[in-house]
Design a protein around this ligand. Structure first.
Ligand SMILES: Nc1ncnc2c1ncn2[C@@H]1O[C@H](COP(=O)(O)OP(=O)(O)OP(=O)(O)O)[C@@H](O)[C@H]1O
Ligand SMILES: [Mg+2]
Length: 303
């Protein structure tokens, strides 16, 4: 039986349960005064285009900018973000949903201070979770993300319940494409579902493993023309990450390229994207309309 985790007793200035800075609390110390971090979902139509590398490297680069980051591994089939971040989680979301542990036991911190909420292989249907399970997750995460500057989600690929659920609840949806033709057609199919079935209108396109700016812009042009013409959705170009053998070398050593080869072209590109994310996160917060990510999830992921 799941034990709902109460917010009671969390008062202004109390010590963070994540061991970060003291928890910022509204005067009343109530959930309504929380200001959860902006959430960026990193997703793709096709698998294997670089999402996990992107999340791990952006989390690393943003942490180096002295911002507090949580990475959520929502790739329930092939959860492997922990390898890139160099941590070995004891528990996963599945243990939390089973009522075995509280969420602060599931979240692990790597040596750089990045928080990871590990993927829950075994929880196949997040939308099929009981209301109390989602409510408990919501309550815990609202509190935890209040202490953070950015939350990044590695969604896994394709058009599954899990992907649509996490992406539609985020403030920014980043769709990753690479030069393989199937990555463009599958990205288009994903955007079509998110736009027509889930009322999503904003998509940032990140071109990965490209030969240069020209190829990145070609990929973007192909995708954005189709999206505008057939879906009436206008896409935004976020940035591009070069194809980089140094990234592959870092992967072979289970490291992020940002740590292993900071001067490499891909590491420098990740830093530039990280700076954009921090700017975007600030402007999302400044607009004062940060929605409670996990409350939105609970309510069905509608914007
Ligand atoms: N910029 C890059 N340059 C060279 N190789 C890359 C680049 N980005 C990713 N790769 C390689 O592409 C492969 C897939 O990367 P990754 O596992 O991050 O993709 P993914 O989208 O998370 O996959 P999945 O959908 O299976 O979770 C890996 O071997 C990775 O090292
Ligand atoms: Mg992956």
């Amino acid at each position: 039986m799941l034990e709902p985790l109460s917010m009671a007793g969390k008062t202004a200035g109390s010590t963070s349960r994540l061991g970060l800075a003291p928890v910022r609390r509204g005067r009343a110390g109530s959930a309504a005064r929380l200001s959860p971090a902006p959430v960026f979902a990193i997703t793709s139509g096709k698998g294997g285009v670089g999402k996990t590398n992107i999340v791990a490297n952006l989390a690393t680069a943003i942490t180096k900018m002295k911002k507090r980051v949580m990475a959520i591994d929502a790739n329930l089939g092939l959860a492997n973000l922990d390898l890139f971040l160099g941590v070995q989680p004891t528990f996963t979301l599945a243990d939390f949903f089973a009522g075995a542990v509280s969420l602060d036991k599931v979240i692990v911190t790597n040596r750089e201070g990045i928080l990871l909420l590990p993927g829950a292989s075994g929880v196949q249907e997040i939308t099929a979770l009981r209301h109390e399970q989602k409510a408990a997750l919501l309550t815990e995460l609202d509190v935890m993300t209040d202490e953070l500057d950015i939350v990044l989600i590695d969604t896994g690929s394709g058009i599954s319940d899990v992907v649509t659920y996490f992406t539609t609840a985020a403030q920014e949806i980043v769709v990753v494409v690479n030069p393989e033709p199937a990555s463009i057609t599958d990205a288009y199919a994903l955007i079509k579902v998110l736009a027509s079935g889930y009322d999503q209108k904003r998509f940032l396109i990140l071109a990965n493993a490209v030969s240069g700016a020209a190829e990145a812009h070609r990929l973007f042009a192909t995708l954005s023309e189709a999206a505008l013409r057939f879906l009436n959705v206008s896409l935004d170009f976020l940035d591009w990450i070069p194809r980089d053998p140094q990234l592959l070398r870092a992967v072979a050593q289970a490291q992020t390229v940002v740590n292993a080869a900071a001067a490499s072209p891909s590491a420098q590109a990740f830093v530039a994207v990280a700076e954009q994310f921090v700017r975007r996160a600030k402007s999302i917060k400044a607009k004062g309309n940060v929605q409670f990510f996990f409350r939105r999830m609970l309510e069905g992921g509608k914007a």
